[in-house]
Each structure stands twice: as C-alpha cells, then as structure tokens.
Design a protein around this ligand. Sequence first.
Ligand code: FUL
Length: 486
Amino acid sequence: MGEPHNPLCIFTLLILFQIAFSWNEQANVPTPPLPILPLPSYSQLKWQQKEIIMFIHFGVNTFTGSEWGTGHESPSIFNPTGLDANQWADAAAQAGTSLMILTAKHHDGFCLWPSKYTDHSVIGSPWKNGHGDVVQEFVNAAKARGIDAGLYLSPWDRHDPRYGHAQLQELLNRYGDVREIWFDGAKGSNAPNMTYYFDDWFSMVKELQRTINIFSDAGPDVRWVGNEKGFAGTTSWSTINRTSLSIGNASLVHYLNTGDPKGTHWLPAECDVSIRTGWFWHKTQAPKKLRKLLEIYYKSVGRNCVLLLNVPPNSTGLISESDVQRLSEFRKAINAVFSSNLAGKCSIEASSQRGGENGGFGPKNVLDDNHLWTYWAPSEDQKENYWIELRVRSGKIKFNVIRIQEAIGLGQRVEKHEIYVDGTKVADGTTIGYKRLHRLEMGVVDAFSVRIKIVKAKGTPLISSIGLHYDPFWKPKGEVASQRVH
Ligand code: FUL
C-alpha cells in the first residue's frame, strides 16, 4: 500500500504549477520594441503635438513701418490705444493653436514689459501712461484660454550694448510658466562683433523654467528649419548633430532643413513664416491666401515639423479683421480635411506583427486616436519588405491625401517609404516622423486598397497612425476628374 497523499504536498504542488504557468504566460507577453536613440523629451513631445503655434510680432516697428528698428526709436511712438491681448488669444484659439509666442524684445531693444534693466521700454510710452505691460496682458489672456505662453527675446540689441541676461531672468521669473523661449540668430552684417554666452543663457533658462523648450538655430530643444517660408525639407529628420551647429551660421541652412539620420541629438525643426509679407504689421500688406497657407501646412506639419505662424497686431493693438478671418478659414479647412478618416471604413493587414495575433502590436493600432504610444510593430524576425495594407470593406473610397505617423516616442526610424493604391505606386518619400502628409499629385483616387511599404528603416518601423483623407481645396495641375489608378 502506498503512502496516503499528504494534502499539504498536493497544495504545494498546485501552487508551484500555478507559478510556473503564470511565469510562462508572462514570458509570452511581448515586450515593446527597444527604442532607437536619440529620443524626444516629454516637453518636446508636447510641443510636437501642438502642430501650429502662433507668433506675435509687435513693438516699435508696428508704428514706424519698418522690419528692423534702429534702436533709436522714441518710446513715445508706442501707443496702441486699443490693445486687447484677449482678441489675440481669441484669434489663436479660433485657429486651434495652444501656444503663442510674443516678441518681448526685438532687435531694436524696445521692451514690451517694464524692465528694470533698460530705459527703452513701455515705461517711456504714452500707452497707459507708462504703466502698461504687454507681456503681462499677453500671458493673462493666453492663460485664461488654456493657451501656453512663449516669449521671443532678441540676443542682438541695437539699443543697449549690454547683454540681456538680467532681462531674461525678469521674463522667466515674473510671468509664470513659459513654454518656449525664442532666441533669434539674426544679426546685422555690420553689427558690432560681440560674444553671446548662449550656453550660460540656456542653463539659466532651464533652471528657471523646467518644462520650457529653447529655440535657436542650434537648439537645444527646437531648431530653426533654415528658411522663413515655412517649408521643411522633403526629407526631415528630428535628429541632428548639435555639435555641428552654431547660431547665425548661414552655411548650415540645408543641414537644418533636412536634419541628419545619424544625428546624435533629438532636435526637431520649427517652421517660422508670417501670414503677411513682413513679420510686423504694415498698412499696405494683406494676409496670404488660404491656398498658400494650406501649402505651408502640408510642407511643415506634413513634413514632421511644427508650424510657427506669425500674425502681427496692428498699430491699434489688434489683429486685423482680415487676418482673423483668414486664420479661421485656415482652421476650418484643416478640420474639414482631417476630422474624418476614411481608413475607418477599411480592414487592415500587415506583413507581420510583433508577438503574434494578440500581442498588442497589431496593424489595427494605426486606426485609434493615440498617435504616439499605440502602434503597429512588425515581428522582430522580419528584417525587410514591411508593409501594411488597408482594404475597403465594401465599395470604394475617394481620397487625395494620405497621412502616416511614426511612434516617435521610441525614435524616428523610417528612411524610405512607398504608397500603392490598388497595386499602382502613387507616392513615395523618405522620412515620416511624427506626421507625413502626401497630397496626391494625381488628384482624387477612387480605390479598393492602399498599401504602404516601408522600404528602409533604422531598425523595425513603428507606425502609430494612418489616415486617408479628402481635401476639397487640393487642385493639382492636370488632375483628371475621378482618376483611376489602374
Ligand atoms: C528673423 C528676424 O530678423 C525677423 O525680424 C523675425 O523676427 C524672424 C522671426 O526672425 O531672424
């Protein structure tokens, strides 16, 4: 006769089985792919998602009609009798922007706030009898609407030979959270040759404002795109070698425009452009046409960048009605194109998926609203020929814009991609990044399927979102009505 079963032993065995089983289960849960360095910081990711930022150029130039003041303007000319920063912030909210950047001090050195460190400021102006503070009004208006505030401070000061170190401290201490600081690299060709201690400035900025993004030609958080047209390169890396950059160096514009796939730093580009010809308001200028603004949007936001759109208040202190109108048309147009995604009518398949069927990295992730942290990841074993395909469930869909986004929180990866509609190539490109928009040169297509091939990537490509959209404003030359691609 055998030993009677010891109930304690059976219990222990059961527990051991359970542990082993759950261990095995855990081992089957696929881990996310390893990041590819360098990576964006949290503040850089927040900035990238803003897509459009509003720039406000305002100061003595608004009253003299010039673009670069001499530094000898009398503060008495600054008298915006109807100034209403709430109107600026309303315009920004209407345009769907969540960050506004004001020129607190342009090259002429005139401070829009009562600085203790200069005689050249609103203190000397008739506006509010010298008791006004444009920066304060700007910050209050932005905050009241949940809009972040940013400030521009020109390092080049044509009025005061001293550096603006103390002024920078004032701006970053007095006005609450500042989310972006803009250091302009521009300097006149015959300006006195002085050394700017940018590294000291940058460390002070970070000490005073922990979540701020510092913009300059050379970062450290946001870089200039290399032109003032609002156009990023068709190849647009958020990565670049920071050590190869310097502020105010004209020979770097191409490098700044495209970035560098081998870049050691995450330093995405911001595309600054004005809604009018000039940065400051001039009576004779008018806002750009909607068509032009949309072109700028596709060539900035649609090329992995953020658009910094300048809308200058006039000498009354208000954004002109024509500009407010255009901003609102611009936002309505963007919403009309992108608020619905025709890809929602499609089933979706991919060349492979990480962790198999229920691994959590399947192609359906590209259709949810999370454009950063849920994504399609191919299997680690797949090393080339990656593709993802959308097929219409019934009927066909008509579209002329294709949107692709990468999960940039884990690094920018795609180096080359191609798009096929019903088996015919309709577009191709190099980088994708946070967002890549292809407006189809052939115009509207009426299609059953769309396949995106990732031809080359640094490691495994991670695609966070795909959109198929119809843009009623896009009229390419030579568009054939209701084009067929095969
Ligand atoms: C340039 C400046 O010289 C312009 O006046 C303007 O502020 C633009 C945004 O940057 O470098």
